[in-house]
Design a protein around this ligand. Structure first.
Ligand SMILES: [Zn+2]
Length: 68
């Protein structure tokens, strides 16, 4: 099986095929979100879709806000 180092935490992990790993090339969903979150925060502020789950969370976060 191929091996890769997570770009975020540098942990090595193995995978069978890329499409089995929704968080590829990260070792986990968490690393992916943290890593994407870091650059989204700096540059784009969540304009690119990340994943349905992540978007869901983001939308929930904005719920308490007043209307624009
Ligand atoms: Zn990782």
């Amino acid at each position: 099986m191929p091996r890769i180092n997570c770009p975020h935490c540098k942990k090595e992990f193995v995978y069978r095929v890329v499409k089995d790993v929704p968080h590829f090339p990260f070792c986990s969903e968490r690393c992916k979100l943290i890593d994407l979150g870091a650059w989204l925060d700096e540059e784009y502020r969540i304009e690119e879709p990340v994943s349905p789950e992540a978007l869901n969370r983001i939308e929930k976060k904005g719920e308490g806000k007043e209307n624009e």
